[in-house]
Ligand binder design. Structure first.
Ligand SMILES: *[C@@H]1O[C@H](CO)[C@@H](O)[C@H](O)[C@H]1NC(C)=O
Ligand SMILES: *[C@@H]1O[C@H](CO)[C@@H](O)[C@H](O)[C@H]1NC(C)=O
Ligand SMILES: *[C@@H]1O[C@H](CO)[C@@H](O)[C@H](O)[C@H]1NC(C)=O
Length: 361
C-alpha cells in the first residue's frame, strides 16, 4: 500500500517536472496582451515580466528582456496563429483546441505528428505577420517601414516607396525568437529529441516562408480628382487566412521523414519527393484522435457536431470514427418572406424551421 502511494507520488512528480518542460512560447498568446503595453504597472518588486511568463526558454527570456517592446506583437502573432489553426481544423477530429496551462495545446503536440507540424508553422507565421506590421505602424523601437528592394517587374513610371510592412525584419525576428529554443540545448545527435528539434526548425521555417511567398505589392493612385498622375507602391502582408489556407494544403501534403544523425531529413518511404524548405514534415503518424485519452492529450470526438451527408472529415462517418451519432430535433423561429411595403416598412412572417443536429456518440 505504502509502495503504491509512493509510486503514485513519484509518477506525479515526474509528470509535473516533465510536463512543465513542454511549456510553449505560444503561451504568450494566451496571456492578457495589455501587460506589454504598460509593463511597469505589472512588474511587482524586482521580478521582471519576462521572467514571469511561463513557457519561454532561457534564450527566449533573454530576447524578451532585450526587446520587451516586441512581446505584445509576439503574443498577438501566437494568438492569431492559434485562432487560424482552430479555423482550419474546425471540421477535423483534432480541432486545435487549447488547454489551460503553459503547454497551450496540451500533451498532444509532444507527438511529432502532422498536427504538431502545422501548429508550429502557423504560429511562426503569425509572429512574422504581427512583427512586420508593428514595424510599419511604428510600434517597435528597432524597426520601421520596409526597406525592401523595388520589384524588378514594377512599372518604371511608378514610385516604390510608401510605408510597407517590414517583412524582412519580421522574418528575422521571428526566426531568432521562435527557433532559439530548438538550438540552445545540445541534443545528442540521433536522439529522439534531436530529431524533434530538427523537425520543429524545418516547420517553423516553412511557416515563415509561406508569409514571404504570399507577400503582395499594394499600389495607390495620387493626383487631382483621381487623375492618377503618380502611383506609389509598397510591400504588403497577405491576409492571414491565405497563409492558413496555404499551410493547410501543406499539412495535407506533408512528408513523413526520419532525421539522420547529421540532422538531415530523409524521406521515410521510397518514392516520395524530398521535402523543400516550403513543405511541412513529420516524424510519426498521428493517433486517430477518436477517443478521449489524457495520456495522448486527445479529447476525442464525442459530442462533436457532424454532417450526416458529408463524405469528408466533418461527416458523421469519419468524425465519429464509426461509433454512430445522436440526432436531436430542434425548432428555430425566424423572420421570413419579408416584403417591402411602400413606403417605408418591411413586413415579415415568422417561420418555424426544424433543425436537425447530429452529434457523435
Ligand atoms: C474541440 O472539440 C471539443 C470536443 O471534442 C470541444 O469541447 C471544443 O470546444 C472544441 N474546440 C474548438 C476550438 O472548437
Ligand atoms: C512559393 O511557393 C511555391 C510552391 O510551394 C514555390 O515553388 C516557390 O518557389 C515559392 N516562392 C518563394 C518566393 O518562396
Ligand atoms: C491512450 O493512448 C496510449 C497510446 O496510444 C495507449 O497506450 C493507452 O492505452 C490509451 N489510453 C486509453 C485510456 O485509451
Amino acid at each position: 500500500m505504502e509502495r503504491v502511494r509512493l509510486f503514485a507520488a513519484c509518477a506525479g512528480l515526474l509528470f509535473s517536472c516533465c510536463y512543465a518542460n513542454y511549456g510553449s512560447w505560444m503561451n504568450l498568446g494566451m496571456q492578457g496582451l495589455d501587460v506589454w503595453r504598460n509593463p511597469q504597472i505589472y512588474v511587482v518588486g524586482t521580478s521582471p515580466l519576462c521572467g514571469r511568463i511561463s513557457g519561454l526558454s532561457p534564450g527566449q527570456r533573454k530576447l524578451c528582456q532585450l526587446r520587451q517592446d516586441h512581446m505584445g506583437s509576439v503574443g498577438r502573432g501566437a494568438r492569431a496563429g492559434i485562432a487560424e489553426c482552430q479555423h482550419q481544423f474546425r471540421n477535423s477530429r483534432w480541432n486545435c483546441s487549447t488547454v489551460d496551462d503553459s503547454s497551450v495545446f496540451g500533451p498532444v503536440l509532444q507527438i511529432p505528428s502532422r498536427e504538431a507540424a502545422f501548429a508550429h508553422s502557423i504560429a511562426a507565421a503569425g509572429v512574422v505577420m504581427s512583427v512586420s506590421r508593428a514595424c510599419r505602424d511604428g510600434q517597435l523601437a528597432s524597426c520601421g517601414c520596409s526597406r525592401s528592394a523595388r520589384p524588378a517587374d514594377l512599372d518604371p513610371e511608378w514610385t516604390w516607396g510608401g510605408c510597407g510592412d517590414n517583412i524582412q525584419y519580421g522574418y528575422r525576428f521571428a526566426k531568432a525568437f521562435v527557433d532559439v529554443r530548438e538550438k540552445e540545448r545540445k541534443r545528442k545527435k540521433g536522439s529522439v529529441k534531436h530529431g524533434r528539434s530538427v523537425m520543429n526548425l524545418h516547420n517553423n521555417e516553412a511557416g515563415r516562408r509561406s508569409v514571404i511567398n504570399l507577400t503582395k505589392v499594394n499600389c495607390k493612385c495620387h493626383g487631382v480628382s483621381g487623375s492618377c498622375s503618380t502611383v506609389t507602391c509598397w510591400q504588403r502582408l497577405p491576409a492571414f487566412r491565405e497563409v492558413g489556407d496555404l499551410l493547410k494544403d501543406k499539412y495535407d501534403g506533408a512528408t513523413e521523414v526520419q532525421v539522420t544523425r547529421r540532422g538531415r531529413l530523409r524521406v521515410r518511404y521510397r518514392g516520395y519527393k524530398r521535402p523543400t524548405a516550403n513543405d511541412l514534415v513529420y516524424i510519426q503518424e498521428s493517433p486517430d484522435y477518436c477517443r478521449k485519452n489524457t495520456t495522448v492529450g486527445s479529447s476525442g470526438t464525442t459530442g462533436r457536431a457532424c454532417d450526416r451527408t458529408s463524405p469528408g472529415t466533418d461527416g458523421c462517418g469519419l468524425l465519429c470514427c464509426g461509433r454512430g451519432y445522436n440526432t436531436q430535433h430542434t425548432t428555430v423561429s425566424e423572420r421570413c418572406s419579408c416584403k417591402f411595403i411602400w413606403c417605408c416598412k418591411v413586413q415579415c412572417k415568422t417561420c418555424v424551421r426544424r433543425r436537425v443536429l447530429h452529434t457523435c456518440k
